[in-house]
Design a protein around this ligand. Structure first.
Ligand code: BG6
Length: 517
């Protein structure tokens, strides 16, 4: 095991309060000229500014290799700001926001650049009232995580974590390692400079309102929890389906990751944790994360043969989506012609816990599926005796609770109702909750919430080092099995279909079928 610097034995750490309102701070974006900063981070910060959620004094420092001025940075961000995000008052609000944007030129491996950054931050403390508080956001390729953190430490830019203010926090984007060993190495590198309390590992799924609502639904109500266990639940399906293939230059990164690292190791295992965890004693960061870790510890320890039996990997061949012809995975730019990477993974697993022993958790995710849809479906057992004639397709009982993470955010409960008439026939009916209808405003974007939480010093929605470790332990056992010479090659599925036949066969064992979304 890696060291667990998070552990609760340190009373000082527990005493660190969550701020009520964000303190003045400087937010340094490493990778300021990259895609994530343009598409997600800057729009999210702008929206926070617009809502008045940011502290009264703040600055955003774009750090990058270009030879840009502050004005260049402002123009670039403004240009790439999506029209759909602008709103009527953009012309009025943007200049206020832009006045907080500053560019700091520098590379990731030059100590002088970091000294210059330090000087710039001190200047901002004076000119922008940022009070020495700093967020360093690593929106960069993973090979730069370690050198940047190392240089931050050496340049004296990381404050002692025990001081309430000024504080330093470092946000790390995924991927955190590419297997168990590299993740542990990265954890060790990080912990040489930072205390766990200063590290915010992003999994943007945790910032989604609908994902946070899983705990609200389970633990803010009394009706679900008594039946949320092996006595009542027949199976749980978690689907993260995407229509997109390899947009832009994504192929090369994706080919080294595949669906298993890109989606399962992080987003899907986090969804699994929230569905399967025990109630935490309270909603504090460590109480919630302690329970999630226990789920990850209860994941199976498979032999290679068990991996072949329970995990299907596949990649799309040429096909069509919504009438558009699209190329196969191997034809995508950046993908190796002899690649064995899966753009689709389906797996069947059981958790070794008192609550869930024997209940199949059926996970599937893939690119180039017919549509974008993420949902969790809890399939309840059939009644002990069947008094009525039940008609429906595939699944035997109509009792299903479906949490729609996206799109059409909401939840629905299906149950059987008698079809009017003299016969005793039942039909499935549905009670539906929709965010759009129940709450006037659309849910905030995930990055908005997560950035605000970093400013508030609340790590609840970020993954702790032992979560990452346990997730990689499980995923690495699958990767190792696939690296064996006799591992079955990836199956194929036509783009625009719901995956390979092998995925259907996988869950037929449980008398189940994949839900049609
Ligand atoms: C990212 C993956 O983490 O999540 C992408 O790298 C994927 O491959 C994306 O497309 C999906 O996120 P969302 O929020 O669109 O479901």
């Amino acid at each position: 095991m890696v060291e667990s610097p998070h552990d609760d034995s340190n009373p000082l750490r527990q005493a660190l309060p969550r701020a009520q309102a964000p303190h003045p701070c400087a937010i340094v974006l490493f990778g300021a000229t990259g895609d994530l900063a343009h598409r997600k981070l800057v729009p999210a910060l702008y929206r926070l500014h617009h809502r008045g959620d940011l502290p009264s004094e703040y600055a955003i420092v774009g750090y990058g290799r270009r030879d840009w001025s502050d004005d260049d940075l402002r123009r670039e961000y403004e240009k790439s700001f999506p029209d759909s995000e602008k709103g009527d008052d953009f012309a009025q609000i943007w200049p206020q926001f832009a006045s907080r944007l500053v560019f700091a030129p520098g590379t990731f491996d030059d100590p002088k650049s970091f000294e210059a950054l330090g000087a710039k931050l001190e200047e901002l403390d004076r000119t922008h009232g940022t009070r020495g508080n700093r967020i360093f956001y690593l929106a960069v390729a993973p090979e730069f995580f370690e050198p940047i953190i190392d240089h931050l430490g050496k340049a004296g830019l990381i404050h002692d974590w025990r001081r309430e203010e000024p504080w330093s926090r470092v946000v790390i984007e995924k991927p955190f390692g590419h297997d168990l060993e590299s993740a542990r190495e990265l954890s060790r590198d990080v912990s040489r400079v930072l205390d766990e309390a200063q590290v915010y590992r992003i999994d943007h799924y945790l910032g989604k309102e609908t994902v946070q609502n899983i705990l609200a639904l389970r633990f803010g109500n009394s009706i679900f929890e008594p039946i949320w266990n092996r006595r009542h639940v027949a199976s749980v399906q978690i689907t993260v389906a995407e229509e997109v293939g390899m947009p832009g230059n994504r192929g090369a990164y994706y080919d080294s990751a595949g669906a298993i690292r890109d989606m399962v190791q992080n987003h899907m295992l986090q969804l699994l944790c929230l569905v399967a965890m025990e109630p935490p004693v309270d909603l504090s960061a460590d109480a919630v994360r302690n329970e999630k870790v226990k789920v990850l510890q209860a994941l199976p320890r498979w032999t290679p043969e068990e991996v072949y039996e329970n995990v299907v990997r596949a990649r799309y061949s040429a096909g069509s989506i919504e009438g558009r012809d699209v190329p196969g995975y191997l034809q995508e730019k950046g993908v190796a012609p002899d690649s064995t990477t899966g753009s689709f993974v389906a797996m069947r697993l059981t958790l070794n816990t008192w609550r869930w022993a024997g209940v199949p958790f059926l996970l599937r995710t893939g690119k180039r599926l017919p549509r974008r849809a993420t949902e969790i479906a809890i399939q309840f057992k059939q009644p002990p005796t069947q008094l009525f004639d039940v008609e429906h397709d595939g699944l035997k009982s109509g009792n299903q609770l479906v949490l729609r993470i996206q799109p059409n955010e909401g939840a629905s409960l299906t149950f059987e109702a008698k079809i009017p008439g003299s016969r005793r026939r039942l039909q499935e009916v549905r009670m539906d909750f929709r965010y759009g209808t129940a709450f006037a405003a659309p849910p905030p974007e995930a990055y908005q919430r997560l950035l605000l939480d970093v400013m508030l010093g609340d790590p609840t929605l970020f993954t702790r080092t032992d979560e990452v470790d346990n997730a990689w332990r499980f995923i690495t056992s699958i990767l190792d099995a696939w690296a064996e010479p006799d591992a079955p090659p990836p199956a194929d599925y036509p783009a625009g279909s719901w995956g390979p036949r092998a995925a259907d066969d996988l869950i037929r064992r449980d008398d189940a079928v994949w839900r049609r979304l």
